[in-house]
Design a protein around this ligand. Structure first.
Ligand code: CNA
Length: 237
């Protein structure tokens, strides 16, 4: 209760909030995360999910990759939840510097946020590897096998696979935002995927808040920790 009051006070006083989030931000919209008990990593597949969504696997067996991707990683027709909505309100109020997200679902933009740094890309952007033509997520979703452009090239989602580098400009923008934050809220992430997780080290202040159902390796670095669901906290903000 006291922690919640402190957080409410910090939010009120802040002018440069940065939100750093992960898959847990969207579970309350109905999109499963990777590492919770009902997450994707606890389900049984022929190969470990980390292997399937790696660049080498994509090259070796694009057909299997796209079957998995379409079924498990292409969350269309979901709506923003209370956490997304509150963050959109903060941007409108001019108190949110930006959102750094590991999510690929586009729900922050759907809620109305414009300064969203998507470290791992977005399922909503898909490009032909041969001619560069843009294709929608629906195009990829509707395709029965490996999605191909009119020119014959594979249509690859703009999603960062394991073994692929992160976009340098997005990384720079994310670091600048985090370094300039007066309040950093880290939420819905296991903080185990690098280099993304390491970015929170660029925060200079003493108001880092961590909201996550499970414990994380960074709990002891935070100034305020909530092991609760995001919806429970954000409905109070
Ligand atoms: P993760 O490793 O699956 O961890 C999610 C964390 O969120 C867990 O520690 C949970 O305890 C916590 N959590 C889940 N639901 C809630 C909730 N309602 N309230 C509070 N905490 C909650 O996910 P990370 O984001 O840390 O891992 C990075 C991967 C997951 C990124 O590469 C993402 O692209 C990828 N991913 C994204 C989505 C998406 O875009 N919605 C979905 C699944 C995975």
């Amino acid at each position: 209760m006291q922690n919640l009051k402190t957080l409410q006070q910090w939010v009120k006083e802040s002018k440069r909030i940065v939100f750093f989030g992960g898959a847990g931000v969207s579970t309350e919209s109905g999109i499963p995360d990777f590492r919770s008990v009902d997450g994707l990593y606890r389900q049984k597949f022929e190969y470990p999910p980390e292997q399937i969504i790696s660049h080498s696997f994509y090259l070796r067996d694009p057909s299997y990759f796209f079957r998995f991707y379409r079924e498990k990683m292409l969350p269309l027709d979901f709506d923003p939840n209370i956490t997304h909505t509150v963050l959109a309100r903060w941007e409108q109020e001019g108190k949110l510097l930006g959102i750094v997200t590991q999510n690929i679902d586009g729900l922050h933009q759907k809620a109305g946020n414009t300064r969203v740094y998507e470290l791992h890309g977005s399922v909503l952007r898909n490009y032909c590897v041969k001619c560069g033509k843009f294709h929608t997520a629906q195009f990829v979703k509707n395709h029965p096998d490996v999605p191909r452009c009119d020119c014959g090239g594979i249509v690859k989602p703009d999603v960062v696979l394991y073994e692929e580098p992160l976009n340098a400009q997005v990384m720079d923008d994310a670091i600048t935002a985090i370094a300039n934050a007066d309040l950093l809220i880290v939420a819905g992430t296991s903080l185990t995927v690098y280099p993304a997780a390491g970015l929170i080290r660029y925060y200079n202040g003493n108001r880092m808040v961590l909201i996550n159902r499970d414990e994380t390796p960074y709990d002891s670095h935070a100034n305020l920790v909530f092991h609760q669901s995001l919806g429970e906290i954000f409905k109070e903000l």
